[in-house]
Design a protein around this ligand. Structure first.
Ligand code: SF4
Length: 498
């Protein structure tokens, strides 16, 4: 289960702390000794953690009737470890959140199960795939548990099965895939003792390690201390704020002593998307490739509308006939203009019912009279439309017609045909919003991202009618704002061509 399993200031080294030591020893040191410097956790990250916890609890049904060591207790891992020991001695066969401490290392594992006299451990991941980082985490857990519980014979990761198709009821054993990492764990035993010794040594030295920033600040996860380490670097003209460059390429410049964007020699910049950013900073003005924009805009035929779709991707499939993480469209907003007046329309699908057919019929009906449908980054919308065409083949022709009318306004931006220094290396709709509509108020919305929209929609399953109505409005406001800015981007480009 992906969760925060750390007690700050504790002398114990948890799995979370160990991962940080692997990433950067300074990250580990700050995490253990200066947690108050840690960045606040974004709303999107909080949602992702919650999903991990929820999927972990759901997976307990694979081994029903177990005892949860954390239930009814305050968050005290040493107490959890004592309780785990007691439950094992009492002959309890399934333990959730089983906790172990060995050599000052602390791990919790989602499920510990006794099978024919031998223990097997399972860690749940709310993911369709196993990553190297998951395997390394699991090997660390195995290392600690095996030293406490010699009778541990296997350690597996439980991930969601991408091929599982929900029928009326969830078949839990088919929903999850079990993958043993035992071989890796056995092969890595020595690695952990060595790495842990180094981590402990860094704590003993009682001095913040002198580590320079680099690509490691983002691998395998974005560091929690960027606000502290990067505070003098994240200024608009830093080369580390350039968009469309890999982190490695940015640090290649940075490490050569090229710290400011205007220090870059334009003769050495090959990519147009990078060149345009450098020029914009040097000249302190927008960069516009008028001919390219003109040609692009000539494809827009009237009448025109803009369209934005929001999707829900439940980890545990909710509707019959859907798979884990399948994209379920639940809201679309469209904007068009009539006699100089902006009109907006939104369709919201209630979460309780699978009304994807009604959703599709409504979108087809509402867009049928428009010659051009504007989007900003159409990839998600196209995926949704393709899935709906497969699901409802009787509408395939109409969906294809709709797709032919799409014009993606992200294209000229991505190709570097327009850039303003205020975009600060971002090529997103949000970075364009203040330029195309100074009163857009994107930042005043309750929902700020598609990820948040998705999780907030999911939260409707637990809300009463009054709360649900508020949430529905927040979601519509967010989606309408996306559609509005997309529409206004067209007007913005038209003015630039006047
Ligand atoms: S921001 Fe980078 S250098 Fe600083 S602690 Fe994090 S990973 Fe280490």
């Amino acid at each position: 289960m992906e969760q925060h399993d750390e007690v700050f200031m504790s002398f114990l080294i948890s799995k979370s702390a160990f991962i940080k030591a692997e990433q950067c020893i300074k990250h580990f040191f700050l995490y253990k000794n200066h947690p108050y410097l840690r960045d606040s956790i974004s709303r999107d990250k909080q949602f992702i953690f919650k999903r991990g916890t929820d999927v972990g609890i759901y997976a307990q049904q694979l081994f029903p009737g177990g005892m949860d060591v954390t239930e009814g207790e305050k968050r005290d891992q040493e107490l959890f470890a004592q309780k785990t020991k007691q439950l094992i001695e009492q002959g309890v066969k399934t333990i959730y959140e089983a906790t172990f401490i060995y050599d000052d290392l602390l791990v919790m594992v989602d499920i510990l199960h006794l099978h024919e006299g031998e223990w097997k451990a399972y860690e749940v991941k709310s993911s369709l795939k196993i990553t190297d980082t998951y395997v390394k985490d699991a090997c660390f857990q195995y290392y600690v548990i095996k030293n406490c519980l010699p009778n541990l014979v296997d350690f597996s990761l439980l991930t969601l099965n991408p091929k599982y198709l929900k029928e009326e009821n969830i078949e839990i054993d088919k929903l999850f895939k079990t993958t043993s990492i035992l071989k890796d764990a056995i092969n890595n035993n020595d690695y952990f003792s060595h790495k842990i010794a180094l981590a402990k040594l860094s704590l003993e030295q009682n001095k913040i390690p002198d580590i320079k920033i680099g690509t490691h600040c983002f691998q395998p996860y974005e560091c929690d201390f960027l606000g502290s380490c990067w505070k003098n670097i994240k200024e608009p003209n830093s080369v580390l704020m350039l968009g469309k460059l890999t982190k490695q390429a940015m640090f290649d410049l940075y490490d050569q002593g090229i710290r400011q964007i205007d220090d870059i020699d334009l003769n050495y910049v090959q990519h147009k998307e990078v060149k345009i950013q450098v020029k914009a900073v040097i000249e302190q003005k927008e960069q516009l490739f008028k001919d390219e924009i003109k040609q692009f805009m000539s494809a827009i035929k009237l009448p025109v509308c803009s369209l934005d779709i929001e999707v829900w991707q439940p980890a545990i499939p909710y509707y019959t006939g859907t798979r884990p993480f399948q994209q379920i469209p639940f809201l679309f907003s469209m904007i068009h203009e009539e006699q100089g007046k902006i009109n907006q329309y939104s369709y919201f699908k209630p979460i309780e019912e699978d009304l994807r057919k009604e959703f599709l019929e409504r979108i087809l009906f509402m867009t049928k009279d428009f010659q051009t449908i504007l989007m900003f980054d159409k990839s998600l919308e196209e995926t949704v439309l393709n899935q709906l065409a497969e699901l409802y083949p009787e509408y395939k022709h109409d969906i294809m017609q709709l797709k032919h009318k799409i014009i993606d306004l992200a294209e000229p931006i991505k190709k570097g045909n327009y850039y303003h220094p205020a975009m600060q290396g971002n090529f997103t709709l949000k970075s364009l919003a203040p330029l195309v509509n100074q009163e857009s108020g994107f930042n005043d919305l309750d929902i700020q991202s598609g990820i948040s929209a998705m999780y907030i929609y999911e939260s409707l399953l637990e809300k009463n009618a009054i709360e649900a109505e508020q949430i529905k409005q927040q979601l519509i406001d967010y989606c309408e704002m996306d559609a509005l800015i997309t529409y206004q981007l067209m007007t913005f480009f038209n003015h630039k061509l006047d």
